[in-house]
Design a protein around this ligand. Structure first.
Ligand code: UD1
Ligand code: CA
Length: 454
């Protein structure tokens, strides 16, 4: 038997009015990636012959986000039925099952979609397979009408539902698997006689049933079927994505001391035996090697951390931080665009930017690389084994040679040769007994003024 072919139409032309945003709804990120990107990745895992995305006018950014998949523009937003009809031209010559998905339902799993495709193939080969779910709050979702024979009869939109129907718990998740041969004919008959005056895709179920065709129902889980219409929905979807990422991190061999407080990016990569303390946030582009210890309250983005390094607590690694094996980055240390080589230590209260810190160098508390002069950024180079005393300002561009020592409190403006000792602080003066005399004089004066006045 030849396997039936599958194609997908993704609807993304909606304005997302309830988001109150300038950004098209489907570009709002979940774990740092546009929601439509999550859906596209899931679809990439299925064996689809083609994927067409319906976008609105001026939604070039959405087209870019889904490239190389083709887009069709729905010039007027006349409803989901109209959007699918717009996409049909791009389905020309395709024969099989058309999956229709909504880009604002981005968390659906490949496993659920596979179950729908299986239901499409099972006798009596239903014309339409609908994905249903039982949300804790059915609110705006379409309600699924099940007939006395237990089969799906129709979908009624929330705005059109009588109070009796609004009480139905079983809702439309929005995903359908449809016979491509029947789709254009069904869509052609969809009208706009409803509360929103839109062409509802959901009307095709009642139409198919009216034609004597079978429709099937597959049920899914609410967590993967949240439809994102508002910022509150977005936050709920983010929570689901974070739960998945936490579970994946732990399954991959990381210890999360308090998983609920760790936030990942969709692309965070963790090695084995990594330990992550409470309240750690990973932004995009972080790769962590084996046996790394990330302590509480760190913020890390665009950084690479090699095996055995120790980060935090309270460290901030910004883009371009490249931390080599066994290096230590301690509390209240900010690192940006800097390579910290093997075993180097920057343990307390420092800003190190646009720099290289050589292997086993020790950067003292309060060290600042003055990388920006108000006009341009400059590089600081710290050699292997160098020791930078506490509260040193390294005014870039500047180079400290291998094994050099910088005295605490120095302002270093010129290069320091390897193995040199550099000091640039003011000399200390000391006057013997002067503190005692000063204290005596001041105490006497205070006593005299207290007696005289009041
Ligand atoms: C839709 C379903 C509802 C279901 C819910 C699941 C319809 C009529 N209703 O309602 O039964 O329970 O999803 O989340 O289908 N879009 C276009 N062009 C348009 C209109 C919409 O591309 O003209 C896109 C939107 O970008 C969105 C998707 O279609 O990604 C769904 O549209 P939306 O308006 O959010 O439908 P819901 O009211 O949520
Ligand atoms: Ca929606």
């Amino acid at each position: 038997m030849t396997k039936e072919k599958t194609a997908a139409i993704v609807l993304a032309a909606g304005l997302g009015t309830r988001m109150q945003s300038r950004l098209p709804k489907v570009l709002h990120p979940l774990a740092g990636r546009p929601m439509v990107g999550h859906l596209m990745e899931t679809l990439a895992g299925l064996d689809l012959e083609r994927i067409v995305v319906v976008v609105g006018n001026g939604m070039e950014a959405v087209a870019e986000a889904v490239a190389p998949h083709p887009t069709v523009v729905q010039k007027e937003r006349l409803g989901t039925g109209h959007a699918v009809r717009t996409a049909c031209e791009a389905m020309d010559g395709f024969d099989g099952t058309v999956l229709v998905l909504y880009a604002d339902t981005p968390l659906i799993s490949a496993e659920t979609l596979t179950r729908m495709l299986e239901a499409r193939r099972r006798a009596p080969a239903p014309a339409v397979v609908v994905l249903g779910f039982r949300p804790s709050d059915p609110g705006p979702y379409g309600r699924l009408i099940i007939g006395e024979d237990g089969t799906l009869q129709a979908i009624v939109e929330a705005g059109d539902a009588t109070p009796g129907r609004a009480a139905i718990a079983l809702c439309n998740a929005g995903v359908m698997a449809i016979d491509s041969g029947l789709l254009p004919g069904l869509l052609a008959r969809v009208g706009t006689d409803n509360a929103r005056g839109e062409y509802y895709l959901t009307d095709i179920v009642a139409m198919a049933r009216g034609d004597g065709l079978a429709c099937a129902l597959v049920e899914g889980d609410e967590a993967e079927l949240i439809g994102v219409n508002s910022r509150a929905d977005l936050a709920r979807a983010e929570a689901v994505v974070q739960q998945r990422l936490r579970a994946a991190a732990m399954a991959g061999g990381a210890t999360l001391a308090d998983p609920e407080t760790v936030y990942f990016s969709h692309d965070t990569r963790l090695g084995r035996d990594v330990t992550v303390g409470p309240h750690v946030v990973f932004g995009p582009g972080v790769a962590v090697g084996d046996d790394v210890d990330i302590r509480a309250f760190c913020h890390i983005e665009g950084a690479r951390i090699a095996a055995g390094a120790r980060i935090g607590p309270f460290a901030r690694l910004r883009p371009g931080a490249d931390i080599a094996a066994e290096a230590h980055i301690g509390n209240f240390v900010e690192i940006k665009n800097t390579t910290v080589e093997t075993g180097a230590k920057i343990n307390h209260l420092a800003y190190v930017g646009d720099s290289r810190v050589g292997a086993r160098a020790n950067v003292g508390a309060g060290t600042i690389t003055c990388n920006y002069d108000g006009f341009a950024k400059h590089h600081t180079d710290i050699g292997a084994g160098a020791f930078i005393g506490s509260n040193t300002a390294l005014v870039a561009p500047v180079k400290v040679g291998d094994g050099a020592i910088i005295g605490a409190g120095s302002v270093i403006t010129r290069d320091v040769a390897a193995d040199s000792l550099a000091l640039s602080r003011a000399d200390q003066e000391e006057r013997k007994g002067r503190a005692k005399r000063l204290r005596g004089r001041k105490t006497a004066a205070k006593a005299a003024s207290a007696k005289g006045g009041g």
